[in-house]
Design a protein. Structure first.
Length: 592
């Protein structure tokens, strides 16, 4: 095993060996820190969740108390109503008066309260007075004297809440507030002889359960540990839980092998307690996010550590990596690097020899590059030298004079355009021309074409005035315009041709575009236009000259969409299919 590890380490580079050793030393404390951070975060999450559940239980407790207060207020409206007390304590000799009080006041009043409190299941007034029972509203007190809660009510002041099975009700004793001197005075009525009984729908009383604890087991116990309400069905297991809570009210209990957090809250002004059981798995259900966060933090720490170790290791062998980087850059084409070292050791000697080699390579490349420029310029000059400027200008001037003498202004205009075209094209042998002269050269060419051929097309110039302030290589625009006419407009079978010439300044670049509404260029032909030289002075020559002078980021690009050769658009401006774009730098160009 050790031999295999040794062979593996021997295959590693020196930098990798340093990083591996530093990682082994550093990863152990980071892992311990991650485990500690996870445990601390989990404890914090548990405590925060416990606070949230406690807060929700408190809110629910207040909601229950508010519902109970609502019914207690309803009971107070009955217990302290003088007229109801007079009816219950009255000694009615005339039953008509009793009937009138019951139908005209008691019945409407209690019906109103029941309509306002629709969750009330029963409202009954129990009386010891010698008066007939009146439906559910007035009944004899003998009906409840054997009930367990009767004695509690008769001895208590105000209303008291009770529960029997699934029934929840409140009862209260009427106070004796009626004056014996008034009409229909009570005989010998006592305070405990009149009892109010209100039974409510306990499900509605406990219905406002917050969403955060709806999935949990929530129950209400009285002081004896008997259930008043439970969100789960009661069975033998739940009864055992109630007994467990009563005997050992801890914050965490175990039920069915699962740990449960117990939250307890008193219902205000009662001896009832609200409980909520929350499984630990629900509290820690987001612990997975803690694990992910811990792993992310540990991963980031390891990443930072690797970066620091890498930088440190790289600094130890900096000169080797520096030389290696120079070699890579030279391999990728950066041959103009200045490579030099002041060190006298073997690495310094190797660096200096590599720098000398780059200098020799650059010298050879520059010599070949300059020879290519000279060759291209020679070819261009050879084309120009085929024409004798002096002889040509004199001949054209003579033809122009003869045309004016014969009053033939059309021939005079054509000769003048031809003279201007060659004058700007030859440019006194200079390779550099102003943008204005180059555009005039192109315009002269177009005038000659329109005068000497059967083609009829419109030319639209969109030249920004700022463009005229700069210079460019001559004989750039005219070949492209010629190509657009020959391969675009001339192949248009029907409809009038259109040539749109645009010039503008974009930042540090001058952009010319020549667009036509011809049938377009086939993709296979378009792909080869800037790759192969044509027999004449074509688009490839123009692109080569621009790149040769200004660099590969400048030059000619072509875009075209193929259409039918039988176009018949009435408005050709909407059908520009081919666009040739020229990019040159914005500067005053010196002669090359």
């Amino acid at each position: 095993m050790m031999a295999w590890i040794r062979r593996y380490i021997d295959r590693l580079r020196f930098r990798q060996k340093l990083i591996l050793s530093y990682l082994i030393i550093s990863i152990i404390p980071i892992l311990f820190l991650g485990i500690y951070s996870y445990n601390q975060s989990k404890d914090f999450l548990y405590q925060q969740a416990a606070k949230d559940y406690q807060r929700n239980v408190e809110v629910y407790s207040e909601s229950i108390k508010a519902n109970m207060d609502h019914y207690e207020n309803m009971a107070a409206l009955i217990l302290y109503n003088d007229i109801i007390q007079r009816i219950l304590n009255g000694n009615y000799i005339d039953l008509y008066n009793l009937y009138n009080d019951l139908t005209q006041y008691l019945n409407p009043y209690l019906n109103m309260l029941l309509n306002l409190n629709t969750e009330t299941q029963q409202l009954t007034l129990y009386t010891a007075n010698e008066m007939p029972e009146y439906g559910d509203y007035i009944q004899r007190i003998e009906r409840i004297t054997d009930q367990a809660w009767y004695k509690t009510v008769s001895m208590a002041k105000g209303t008291t809440w009770f529960h029997e099975g699934n029934e929840l009700f409140l009862a209260g004793k009427f106070p004796l507030r009626y004056s014996p001197g008034e009409k229909a005075a009570p005989s010998a009525a006592k305070e405990e002889e009149n009892i109010l009984y209100i039974r409510v729908n306990n499900r509605n009383l406990f219905s406002n359960l917050p969403d955060s604890i709806k999935e949990q087991w929530v129950f209400l116990l009285d002081s004896a540990g008997n259930p008043v309400y439970s969100s789960h069905d009661l069975d033998e297991q739940t009864s055992g839980v109630f007994a467990m809570i009563k005997d050992n009210p801890k914050a965490v209990i175990q039920i069915g092998g699962s740990d449960m957090m117990l939250i307890k809250e008193n219902i205000p002004n009662t001896d009832w307690y609200l409980y909520c059981l929350v499984p630990d798995k629900d509290i820690l259900q987001n612990s997975g996010s803690i694990v992910r966060a811990t792993l992310i933090v540990v991963g980031i720490c390891l990443l930072i550590l690797i970066i620091i170790i890498s930088v440190f290791a790289k600094s130890m062998i900096r000169r080797i990596y520096k030389l290696n980087n120079w070699m890579k850059r030279a391999e990728q084409g950066e041959l103009e690097l200045r490579v030099q070292s002041t060190s006298k050791d073997e690495i310094g000697e190797l660096t200096n020899r590599f720098g000398d080699m780059l200098k020799q390579i650059n010298g050879l490349i520059n010599e070949r590059y300059k020879n290519k420029i000279i060759q291209k310029e020679a070819e261009l000059k050879a084309i120009k030298s085929q024409i004798s400027p002096h002889f040509l200008y004199n001949t054209l001037s003579f033809i122009n004079w003869k045309a004016l003498e014969s009053d033939n202004h059309e021939i005079s205009q054509m000769v003048t355009s031809l003279s201007q075209f060659y004058r700007t094209a030859l440019n006194r042998g200079d390779n550099i021309i102003s943008v204005r002269d180059e555009i005039n050269n192109m315009k002269s060419y177009l005038e000659i074409v329109l005068a000497t051929s059967d083609l009829r097309f419109d030319v639209v110039y969109q030249i920004d005035e700022e463009v005229y302030s700069y210079g460019m290589i001559n004989l750039i625009l005219q070949p492209i315009v010629e190509n657009a006419i020959k391969h675009g407009i001339k192949k248009k079978k029907t409809g009038k041709g259109l040539l749109v010439i645009t010039g503008r300044v974009l930042g540090e670049t001058i952009e010319f575009s020549i667009c036509d509404n011809g049938p377009g260029i086939e993709p296979a032909v378009l792909e080869q236009l800037l790759r192969k030289h044509s027999t004449g002075y074509g688009l490839k020559h123009v692109d080569d000259r621009i790149k040769l002078v200004f660099g590969s980021e400048y030059g000619l690009s072509i875009q075209s969409g193929v259409g039918s050769t039988n176009d018949s658009e009435d408005v050709p401006e909407t059908n520009l299919r081919t666009s040739m774009l020229i990019l040159i730098p914005k500067q005053i160009i010196k002669s090359v």
